[in-house]
Design a protein around this ligand. Structure first.
Ligand code: DP6
Length: 335
């Protein structure tokens, strides 16, 4: 009972930050709807994807999960089990598993490795166990590992409806990878593990006095940005994305304990992006829970924008990406 899947990471345009306090925190039900673009890295070696293989068999005496060669224990293994256990229950199969997962991009650098990781895991595990789920149902299972993974099930542009129960909190596709012209240049200014994971941040978001405002604004912005995507209005998508990113970072900085994910060079990049927008080409920034900056542009501008960002001393490297297609099952196993 072995299967493998490939899923891509995503960048949120409307951010998920904070779990609903009306539900069990383990369900990862968010306090607001969110929207993202699933990313396909355009260089030869970085497609921004995770490949995961999982095998269920009576030959295994315990559940083993190996990420990038490292055997996962405690909390990290627990998160894997949160995805696999409900599927084992649905399939009524008690076998233990061996899982291996590999990313082709830096993990834990604010590039959302857990989104692609848990999406690939949910797809591979459901397939290995013979469960015939819709993409929306798989999305609810991926969400149990990491909220943003709910969105990485789909390609293109994706809307995660916060819902009000496990069954109703899932992501759906707004439009496919070729239906809205937007690409990103990711400017990496600092690679390395972040001090405070999103998982911890989701628990403290509510302590910020601005949290309520961010939640209600995000609900409006999610509707507005969905319309702008369908209307092919890149300027509107970019403007709303920047606004929403600033709201999330304002909440992070004003939570208790406060979270400062920005590096001094993050601000330098924000200023440069504003300058580039004014002087030459239309682009907008968005930043997740880390110091690196995603710069949104129309695809025709991507190489020129990449060049401009690469010329900046504070930028270590850049990764360019366009919308990816849906995640999928593959027969190319890791073991
Ligand atoms: C800031 O809990 O889904 O990226 O850290 O990858 O497990 P991981 O993320 P998750 O939180 C994502 C937070 C965010 C915003 C977003 O993707 O919506």
């Amino acid at each position: 009972m072995k299967s493998s899947a490939i899923a891509h990471s995503n960048i949120a345009l409307i951010k998920y930050w904070g779990r609903s306090r009306d539900h069990d925190p383990n369900l990862n039900i968010p306090s607001n709807d969110s929207i993202s673009m699933t990313k396909l890295g355009l260089s030869d070696d970085i497609h921004l994807q995770t490949r995961t293989t999982i095998d269920f068999s009576d030959i295994y005496e315990e559940d083993t999960a190996i990420l990038e060669g490292e055997v996962l224990t405690e909390r990290r293994l627990e998160r894997i089990l949160r995805v696999v256990n409900p599927l084992r229950k649905i399939a009524n199969i008690g076998y233990k598993f061996k899982m291996m997962s590999e990313n082709d991009f830096p993990t834990q650098a604010g590039l959302a490795s857990s989104a692609s990781g848990f999406a690939a895991l949910a797809i591979a595990a459901a397939d290995a166990l013979g469960i015939d789920f819709s993409k929306e149902e798989i999305s609810t299972i991926a969400r149990l590992g990491s909220g943003s993974a709910a969105r990485s099930i789909h390609g293109g542009f994706v809307y995660w409806n916060k819902g009000n129960s496990h069954e109703t909190s899932f992501a759906r596709q707004i439009c496919g990878s070729d239906e809205f012209d937007m690409s990103v240049v990711i400017a990496i200014i600092h690679e390395g593990k972040k001090d405070v994971t999103s998982d911890v941040g989701h628990e403290s978001a509510y302590t910020s006095p601005f949290d309520r405002v961010r939640i209600s604004k995000s609900q409006e912005q999610a509707k507005d940005i969905e319309k702008a995507i369908l209307d092919d209005d890149f300027s509107e998508v970019g403007k709303i994305s920047e606004e929403n990113c600033k709201y999330m970072h304002a909440v992070m900085m004003t939570s208790n304990p406060p979270l400062f994910y920005w590096h001094p060079n993050t601000l330098k990049l924000i200023k440069s992006i504003q300058r580039i927008r004014k002087e030459s080409l239309e682009c907008y920034f968005t930043i997740d829970a880390g110091p690196n900056v995603h710069c949104l542009c129309r695809h025709k501008d991507i190489y020129e924008l990449e060049k401009k960002l690469e010329e900046m001393e504070c930028v270590d490297k850049t990764i360019i990406a366009r919308p990816a297609d849906d995640s999928y099952v593959t027969r190319e196993h890791l073991f």
